[in-house]
Ligand binder design. Structure first.
Ligand code: CP3
Length: 338
């Protein structure tokens, strides 16, 4: 598998490529199957459907990696919080206002609840081409804390940041609990047959810089060290989105094998300044893929050139957006693989 070989230290002639949210609403075959379930969580927790949706972009584009179809908000749901996906609004959760509102499950119950994800991983692994890697994933503690405390998505993260300043002990306790469940969820996916694990900290950039070492770096280190102590040796891709120059301090402390870069990171700076044993993943703006054509060609060539002397995985800087024309994805792959 060139994808895992690269993560384990080998060089590749051409960068392997996959796309965040590659299974999703821009694909007509996804939209068709999605109609078969009213509820998005039921859809994620149906192994046959999750497997089918994971395989759809692989059949179309033969990406070098697939990512199991699931969601970071399954963890809040599995620890007993209400999670709903409302079309046009996005995710809505029961808002956590104090730590004592939690009634947490034991880890066996937690893993049983998420067993359909493990089953989907096993089923998908059995049906993927053998050269295609399968990525298992989880949201990171801080990003999950934002959804729990805001009661959904947010623009400014005022409630979650208020927790950090006004309830520091409760915040730390919440992040510790989440971190333990995240380790349990990633372990479940590793044992079910995932080849790579990825940690999404989509809103890492919303943590005030003075608290980053504790809230982001500290918990990522803990999760990775807990996984290693549990005997899980799979390569890890970390996505602490929005850290910009803070990525240097982050990458010196966190022992991930790859760092996913968002499209706001200066890629030349990243290529020159981040530790050289780290694989860099990214970082085409998802909206550039919507435009396609010559503008995309120029940008892709620049990305390939900037990372040409480093181990690199081609990806977007964030998830593909629903309005992306599927033919542009084919164009992108042709550019990278030519
Ligand atoms: O192909 C893949 O990448 C695998 C599947 C995947 C989904 N969500 C499926 C999904 C992955 C890796 C995620 C991660 C995820 N979910 C993140 C982290 C990555 C990132 O983009 O920053 C976050 C923040 C979420 C939370 C979440 N789930 C949001 C904000 C939404 C969108 C809600 C909306 O209505 O716009 C979801 C729902 C979701 N997860 C969809 C998909 C394909 C769309 C829902 C649908 O089909 O109805």
């Amino acid at each position: 598998m060139i994808f895992t070989d690269l993560l384990n230290g080998k060089k590749a002639d051409k960068p392997p490529v996959w796309i965040m949210r590659q299974a999703g609403r821009y694909l007509p075959e996804y939209r068709e199957l999605r109609k078969s379930a009213d509820n998005f969580i039921d859809f994620c927790l149906n192994p046959a459907k999750a497997c089918e949706v994971t395989l759809q972009p692989i059949r179309r584009y033969n990406f070098d990696a697939s990512i199991i179809f699931s969601d970071i908000l399954l963890v809040p749901h599995a620890i007993g919080r209400e999670v709903k996906f409302i079309p046009g609004t996005g995710p809505v959760l029961s808002k956590l206002t104090a730590i004592n509102e939690l009634s947490l499950p034991d880890f066996d119950d937690f893993q049983n609840f998420l067993k359909p994800v493990a089953d989907a991983v096993t089923l998908t692994r059995a049906n993927l081409p053998k050269e295609t890697a399968l990525i298992g994933f989880s949201g990171a503690p801080w990003t999950l804390m934002t959804y729990l405390t805001e009661g959904g998505g947010s623009r400014d993260f005022n409630t979650a940041r208020d927790w950090l300043w006004s309830k520091p002990a409760e915040s730390e306790k919440l992040l510790h609990h989440l971190s333990d469940y995240i380790v349990s969820f990633l372990t479940l996916q590793a044992n079910a047959g995932a080849n790579v694990l990825m940690l999404f900290d989509s809103w890492a950039g919303a943590v005030p810089a003075s608290q980053r070492t504790k809230i982001i770096t500290g918990f990522h280190k803990k999760i990775i060290s807990d996984l290693r102590s549990a005997g899980i040796k799979l390569p890890i891709i970390s996505f602490p989105k929005g850290l910009s120059e803070g990525l240097k301090a982050y990458s010196e402390k966190v022992e991930c094998q790859a760092l996913a870069l968002d499209h706001y990171v200066d890629r030349r700076w990243a290529a020159d300044n981040l530790r050289t044993d780290l694989v860099l993943q990214g970082n085409l703006d998802p909206l550039c893929l919507v435009s396609g054509g010559q503008v995309m060609k120029r940008e892709v060539e620049e990305i390939l050139e900037v990372f040409s002397n480093r181990r690199h995985i081609f990806n977007l800087g964030h998830g593909i957006v629903p309005q992306t024309p599927p033919e542009h994805v084919a164009e992108l792959l042709a550019l990278i693989r030519s």
